[in-house]
Write a protein that binds this ligand. Sequence first.
Ligand SMILES: *Cc1c(COP(=O)(O)O)cnc(C)c1O
Length: 356
Amino acid sequence: MKKHNYSAGPCILPQEVFQKASQAVLDFNNTGLSILEISHRSKEFVAVMEEVRALALELLGLQGKGYQALFLQGGASMEFLRIPYNLMKVNGKASYLDTGTWASGAIKEAKAFGETIVTASSKPENYNHIPKDYTIAADSDYFHCTSNNTIFGTQMKMFPETSVPVVCDMSSDIFSRTIDFSKFDLIYAGAQKNMGPAGTTLIVVKESILNHTGRAIPNILNYQQHIDKESMYNTPPVFSIYTSLLTLQWLKNLGGISAIEKVNEAKAALLYGEIDRNPLFKGTAATEDRSIMNATFLLENDTHKELFDKLWKEAGISGLNGHRSVGGYRASMYNALPLESVQVLVDAMKELERIA
Ligand SMILES: *Cc1c(COP(=O)(O)O)cnc(C)c1O
């Protein structure tokens, strides 16, 4: 039986994507070849790469606005390094908002690279909220933030207005809600949270912000090099990219980001409504900063843990355990998780209240 998959990543993908990807492993587009063996220079795969790059920009509303989409390797973690390499000037500096484990991972890489200002941090409160009142140093080469904090269940609802280029790690909420994406100069997201299998990272970059650092950048780390080679500087992870294309096609057919946003809001309202109503549970994130992708919550009384774990596991739910740095539970409700799966979880929470 297919599980209700709440895993934070790798994540659930649409069932039709799994089916089409499986078919492509056996015979890709009637070529008589598997997607796993076909040349990345074949016209069939080149068409995949062209379509996925264009579709990512189209869904974000960024086509024809000076942006380029790349599908590279190394995960979002690689971008923690690639970003300062490409955007921090020689003797320059960058500003970072510290909202969680991933943000601080990005800060660590930047610090190893050059002067890095932590503009604000919610670390002393175990990242249970997003800092709001802060000023970005105007002489920063860029400002880096994390739109959704996968581990702590918080999400930025507003982004700063600044003249400094804005870079955003959107790994765990890209394509989930409508934002004016043109306010960002660089967006990146590991595929495995909301788009595809692990193995590729989407980078959307405004080309005009590149080539101002005054330093030589090794080719593999150089965004311009990847743009010039149409995201095929080296052999791309073909399966991961093809599967990401299938997910983006699925999203487009549904009506794009604005359509999935309504579903995501309904799922979040259903679950947070139960967390707030049910006296046995409590949320961990500040209410106004709650993520619609990753909901983190605790039992009021840990003696109910064994029974609750049994209830949700018997209901066919998988991947609900919280991250060790928060404890309790984390329900990751990415785009492909149906509303019905959230109802199954809410029913298990109600059942606990009834029998505990
Ligand atoms: C998972 C995650 C990362 C790390 O992604 P990798 O692809 O494993 O390097 C970075 N940022 C955020 C917000 C994440 O959720």
